[in-house]
Design a protein around this ligand. Structure first.
Ligand code: ADE
Length: 422
């Protein structure tokens, strides 16, 4: 007898009323997604498609899932990080919107992967990922499901890096649209979203004063720029560590000091990793930090700080939610936030809805694009089509009630010509 797929696994369905209000609140900040949802309701472009999404389960993601459902998709959701689920929102999605969700904040690693199985229990045609754990599960343990998948999307830089590595190794089995690469995604979500929400997570977890503190930002990609800029704005002395010389100069010209991590470790008060790489803060750095230094990660995976090595030598004590003290044998202690997982989602609510509006508008439109163009796509990682990126920007401007100029015929002609000079 065939086993009936689990209908959901969330903390507590009685949390649904609070979750519903959170979802409605986020919707007030997501006008672009709402416009798309209204069109999807009329046109049903995703009719007949099963869509498995492995995303942070937040009120913003809920609005995306509701939009995909309005477009006709059968949506199943699991978490893309064990600590990023909002349990109220997860409950409401199940109870109020009949969307199967498999996610519980604080789930262990084995439950995390069982939940991915829950999301694919109705075999998907389209996948939506944030970090590529769903795609890698399908390419390893669940290869039986690959044949029917027409395509997928990826939300974040780390996921795009993994997927490009799969493509380069010749193992990627279906096309993926890299939503992260859209201008209307990374220029806003990574920069302003991470910038604000990482600082928000640090403050909610600790209530420390930022003004006058030395904040060390490790990595100066779009997320690092955002965190550095917001830390500057709150009166911090900002240090940036980098491996790329051009990015390092940009950081200097934006008013930060640049130095190696070995130097920064000795002087920083608050450390935030945004590198997407392993052990940006190693055990030698943690050893040399001053007593009471605060360490947080805003990159996708909890690998940026060498927590394992610290666990071996330091005594751990939970000081308050999302704050663990690690006391080293020499007596100094370091405070680790959110277990080294994404501090903005572990200790706060992730990016504000107004930026997720653009990220998730791209997701919805790319899902539509994939089902309409599957036949002509190869097993590659694709950028978001420029038309979708520009449409998202246009809709956002409309929603802000702003108009912009258009080129005159004379200006267009000037740009297309080369004869006119000095
Ligand atoms: N990633 C960062 N912030 C997020 C949010 N609010 N919802 C979903 N994914 C996110």
């Amino acid at each position: 007898m065939a086993t009936v797929p689990l209908s959901h696994d969330v903390r507590d369905l009685s949390l649904a009323p609070d979750g519903r209000r959170r979802i409605e609140w986020a919707d007030t900040q997501m006008p672009v997604l709402r416009t798309i949802r209204e069109r999807f309701e009329r046109e049903r472009p995703l009719d007949g498609f099963n869509l498995a999404a492995c995303l942070h389960i937040t009120s913003e993601t809920a609005n995306l899932a509701i939009t995909l459902q309005a477009g006709g998709a059968s949506v199943r959701l699991c978490a893309s990080n064990p600590l990023s689920t909002n349990d109220e929102v997860a409950a409401s999605l199940v109870a109020d919107f009949e969307i199967p969700v498999f996610a519980i904040k604080g789930e262990d690693e084995s439950t995390y992967y069982q939940h991915i199985e829950g999301a694919v229990a109705i075999p998907p045609h389209v996948t939506m990922d944030d970090g590529a754990d769903l795609v890698t599960t399908l390419h390893t343990r669940r290869r039986d499901l690959l044949a029917r998948i027409v395509g997928g999307t990826e939300e974040t830089t780390t996921g795009v890096v993994r997927l490009r590595s799969m493509e380069a190794s010749g193992v990627l089995e279906y096309p993926i649209v890299a939503v992260n690469q859209a201008d209307t995604k990374h220029l806003f979500d990574n920069r302003y979203g991470t910038g604000q929400s990482a600082i928000d997570g640090i403050i909610r977890a600790t209530n420390v004063l930022i003004a006058g503190r030395t904040v060390v930002v490790c990595g100066y990609g779009w997320c690092g720029r955002g965190v550095a800029s917001r830390a500057h704005g709150m009166g911090a002395n900002v240090i940036v560590t980098e491996v790329d010389p051009t990015r390092a100069i940009e950081a200097v010209m934006e008013g930060s000091r640049v130095m190696t991590m070995a130097e920064a470790a000795r002087v920083g008060d608050i450390f935030v990793t945004t590198t997407g790489n392993i052990h940006a803060i190693g055990i030698e750095h943690l050893r040399s930090m001053h007593d009471g230094a605060i360490v947080a990660n805003a990159g996708h995976f909890n690998v940026e700080i060498d927590i394992d090595a610290m666990e071996q030598i330091a005594a751990k004590r939970r000081m308050r939610p999302f704050v663990d003290e690690y006391r080293f044998p020499d007596g100094h202690c370091v405070f680790l936030l959110g277990e080294g997982r994404l501090v903005n989602l572990a200790a706060a609510e992730g990016h504000p809805a107004a930026v997720m509006d653009m990220s998730f508008a791209n997701q919805a439109l790319c899902a539509e694009y994939l089902v309409q163009n599957a036949a002509s796509l190869d097993r590659k990682v694709y950028d978001v089509p420029t038309g979708i990126d520009r449409e998202v920007a246009r809709l956002k401007l409309v929603s802000l009630g702003m108009e912009i100029d258009v080129l005159t015929a004379e200006q267009r002609q000037y740009l297309e010509s080369w004869e006119l000079g000095t």
